[in-house]
Design a protein around this ligand. Sequence first.
Ligand code: IMP
Ligand code: MG
Length: 175
Amino acid sequence: MISIKDKVFVPYITANSLQQRVAEIGAEISRDFKGDCPVLIGVLNGSFVFLSDLAKSISIPIEVSFVKVSSYSGTNSTGEVKNLLGLDIELNNRSVIIVEDIIDTGLSMKHLLEMVQRKNPKKLAVATLLLKPEALTHPLKVSYIGFEIPNKFVVGYGMDFDGLGRNLPELYQLK
Ligand code: IMP
Ligand code: MG
């Protein structure tokens, strides 16, 4: 068990299982986009760890860029998405994969999909390490999902509770 501020978290998914699943997704993306050079767009801050491991497990040429949005405060969704760092790259006729740490209500991803779609990509896919199906209020097509998890708050592997816990190599769940 670990404590972050006033909350207690219990081990949930080991670093090994995360690595293994990420490698599988990397292999899938390499197959699906063979002959292409997709742009991976990481959603800051949470996706930096997943994106880093995922990028290294992809064997075709890729480009990497980042956007930053925020919909969360503490352990709750605020219901609105703030654009904190925009999309400054050309995506016209490019294949794009948006890379998220976790899809909860789906609000952030819906917003991001609309934002990228306006730049006329030829192909647009979503890769998320985690998805909480019970929390999803904005239905989305997600091509690559690491794990479907119950509607409980998690930290580690890039994900935070009030800014902390991102550096944990494994995933923890709120007790
Ligand atoms: P959504 O817009 O409700 O789908 O929220 C997505 C964003 O909220 C994610 O990219 C995370 O940054 C954050 N988030 C959602 N659930 C969790 C969680 O369990 N732990 C940490 N961050 C979370
Ligand atoms: Mg995020």
